[in-house]
Design a protein around this ligand. Structure first.
Ligand code: CS2
Length: 491
């Protein structure tokens, strides 16, 4: 089994951390220890820890979810001294494997909330980072405000029990630090959201204001929330993939991980309590991430889900497979070329055509075995984040709405949980309830347009778009995705 002891005898070809993990202090607490975090932030911090003078920046991971699965995950992390292997796979088949030692502790919050609060209040903690998903910030899309009516938030605001939400934990910890004269920490969102730092700021300050306006003012004055653009395709790992990774590496790792060889992190350099030397570990520091975010979200993420929904309906399950379908590849290319690129605000020096080719090359990486159902999962939140800006722009300059209408139609049809081969699957839609899902199945094809996914552009919705979506859905139902693509998806 992989653990501290086994580091001295790793199989050939597996790199050990460039430092002694046991000698590392903890400077960062991370909420949401998912695969993306393990392949991205932890990967960069791991590089830092090998540099001189950087040994105080280890990470303590926190899981917020209760239940058997989370307990098992916590046991696995702790059983391996929080070590795990990362396989980086290139589209041409090249691979490297390294053991990441940056995660120094794993705490399951529901099992011991006080331990999490004590850690967060400790002066050694200077950054609190998070990957809690696009929808996890609890922002009302219509008002742009933090939703105080959320049940768990209400309970945390009442304060009768230990916190359950990240907002409850972080704000209570900041209150303790303020009372104790310990300085603030940076709140660092690593979620794939435009201006993720600003979103985090709205969320945490929204909670803090409702709890104690004085505290909120202190946070506003002292805590920083840098925006960052994160990028690395990191598929989910099931038992079969885990076994294959271990077979290839020779390790016995309960938590092996695979990611593409590409990785990028562009961050605003606003860290109120210091930061690791991430600039020496490949992270790009800028004063404004806006242009980078636009390009990534509108090109990579938008075309990922645009490929996913019709791909799922056609019976594909993997991204690389779907992209090998010439009709789907043509559709995604046409969307990027005709709908996105002409309306993009790319930062100086970034070539959108080169980026487009890169995106398609990255999607073709078979080693990702990236699941279309994962990519399309939480579509309700992702559509708002990834498609809204392009939809708005096409609407406002009177552009061709066919591809967008088809994409939305495919999303709604995919929500029905059955593909054109008759295979059933469960769409992962954490923010939709049964009544929402029933709208996608309703006989009235307009009914589904009431779904929250469209909140972001309902104000701008034009009859041309609405009619286009309904017509595209009808075409998919009547003649199938491929025929509908020929009508709606082409150049
Ligand atoms: C994907 C992303 O979930 C999605 O929709 O597009 O997870 C994508 O893999 C990452 O953003 C790559 O950085």
């Amino acid at each position: 089994m992989l653990n501290q002891m086994s580091l001295n005898a790793l199989p050939a070809g597996v790199s050990a951390p460039g430092y002694d993990p046991q000698a590392i202090g903890t400077g960062i607490v991370h909420f949401g220890v998912g695969n993306f975090f393990r392949a991205h932030e932890a990967f960069y911090v791991d590089r830092c820890l090998a540099l001189a003078g950087q040994q105080d920046w280890g990470i303590a991971g926190v899981g917020l979810t209760a239940g058997g699965r989370s307990e098992r995950k916590a046991e696995q992390f702790i059983g391996q001294d929080c070590l795990y292997s990362l396989t980086e796979a290139a589209p041409d088949g090249g691979r490297t494997v390294r053991v990441i030692g940056a995660l120094r502790a794993y705490l399951l919050a529901p099992a011991d909330p006080q331990a999490v609060l004590d850690l967060l209040a400790d002066p050694s903690i200077r950054i609190v980072s998070m990957t809690i998903t696009e929808g996890g910030y609890n922002i009302d899309e219509t008002t742009g405000e933090f939703r105080l009516d959320h049940a768990a938030v209400r309970a945390d605001l009442a304060g009768d029990a230990p916190p359950a939400t990240i907002f409850g934990y972080v704000i209570e910890a900041l209150a303790r630090r303020r009372a104790a004269g310990v300085g603030p920490f940076t709140v660092l969102s690593c979620d794939n959201l435009r201006h993720n730092g600003d979103v985090a700021r709205t969320a945490f300050l929204g909670f803090a204001r409702a709890r104690d306006p004085d505290l909120a003012a202190w946070i506003e004055a002292h805590v920083t929330f840098p925006n960052g653009m994160v990028d690395r395709i990191t598929p989910s790992v099931d038992d079969t993939i885990a076994r294959a990774l271990n077979d290839a590496s020779g390790l016995d790792d309960a938590l092996p991980l695979v990611a593409e060889d590409f990785t990028q992190w562009v961050v605003e350099d606003r860290f109120c309590a210091g930061r690791p030397a991430l600039d020496k570990a490949g992270v790009q520091f800028v004063t404004d991430v806006t242009g980078y975010e636009h390009v990534k979200v509108r090109m990579l993420n938008a075309s990922h889900i645009l490929l996913a929904f019709p791909g799922i309906l056609l019976g594909y399950r993997q991204v690389d497979e779907a992209l090998r379908d010439p009709d789907l590849a043509r559709f995604v290319n046409a969307y990027l070329e005709l709908d996105v690129i002409p309306r993009l605000d790319a930062p100086p020096g970034l070539d959108p055509q080169a980026y487009r080719r890169d995106v398609l090359r990255r999607f073709s990486n078979p080693a990702m075995a990236d699941q279309l159902l994962r990519i399309g999962g939480d579509g309700s939140s992702k559509i708002q984040v990834f498609w809204t800006e392009t939809v708005r722009r096409v609407l406002s300059d009177g552009g061709d709405l066919r591809r967008i209408a088809f994409g939305i139609a495919a999303y709604l049809e995919a929500l029905r949980g059955v593909d054109e081969t008759g295979a059933r699957y469960t769409p992962a839609e954490p923010t939709l309830d049964a009544a929402h899902l029933a709208l996608a199945d309703a006989v009235d094809l307009h009914a589904a347009l009431a779904l929250p996914a469209f909140d972001g552009w309902r104000d701008a919705q034009s009859p041309a778009l609405t009619d286009g979506i309904v017509a595209a859905r009808k075409a998919i139902r009547d003649s199938g995705v491929r025929a509908a693509l020929a009508q709606y998806g082409g150049l």
